[in-house]
Design a protein around this ligand. Structure first.
Ligand code: HEC
Ligand code: HEC
Length: 149
């Protein structure tokens, strides 16, 4: 009897774990689909949860554009960003909730001059993939940086 109850418990826990794993994977797919049409889908670990919360709560006024999504997509992506948000040295809430305004970002990019940021091939510091070819995959390795002319 005890054994049977235990087995049922184990099965239920495994099912719950794999369901939440599936929900996470599905939310990741939605994030990649919905948040990569205007810029790379920024790695969630580059902003803290509070910043992601404000961004997902104001998609209709998103950095000068309307990036609204339906309610359930907004909720799923929002929850996923909360779970995967940055912590530790990535817990600073930068001005305007911009990765590109975080202190660590400014330090890492101090060798890029202000005229370089303005090149037509770059346009803005938010355009990570202009210089980091692997940005969409979350790869920002300094040895792979190529600044376009
Ligand atoms: C309709 C186009 C569009 C869509 C869709 C969109 N964004 Fe944006 N996003 C922008 C623009 C424009 C900027 C400002 C870019 C700039 O300053 O060069 C921006 C900037 C950002 C920034 C700040 C980048 C920085 O560090 O300066 C974050 C974070 C961000 N978006 C997250 C998201 C998330 C999350 C989604 C999906 C829910 C999303 N975006 C979907 C247009 C969009
Ligand atoms: C104008 C080109 C350019 C753009 C655009 C750019 N970066 Fe960088 N990035 C660099 C350079 C140059 C370095 C420093 C490489 C070095 O230290 O040799 C760097 C370094 C980094 C590093 C540190 C890498 C390491 O291995 O230490 C990270 C993380 C990073 N960038 C993230 C981003 C993110 C996120 C964005 C977009 C929000 C972005 N970058 C936009 C040029 C750029």
């Amino acid at each position: 009897m005890m054994k049977k109850i235990l087995m049922t418990l184990v099965a239920a826990t495994t099912l719950t774990l794999s369901l939440s794993g599936l929900a996470q994977a599905a939310a990741n797919v939605k994030y990649q689909q919905e948040c990569s049409s205007c810029h790379v889908a920024y790695p969630p670990g580059l902003l803290p949860a509070a910043s992601w919360g404000r961004i997902m709560g104001s998609l209709n006024k998103h950095f000068g554009t309307d990036a609204s999504l339906d309610e359930s997509t907004t909720r799923d992506i929002g929850n996923w960003l909360q779970v995967n948000a940055g912590s530790g040295r990535r817990s600073e809430e930068p001005p305007q909730d911009r990765i590109s305004k975080a202190n660590w970002f400014v330090r890492q990019h101090d060798e890029v001059s202000s005229s370089t940021w303005k090149r037509a091939s770059i346009g803005s510091a938010a355009n990570c993939s202009a210089c980091h070819a692997g940005a969409a995959k979350g790869d920002f390795n300094e040895h792979a940086v190529r600044i376009p002319k």
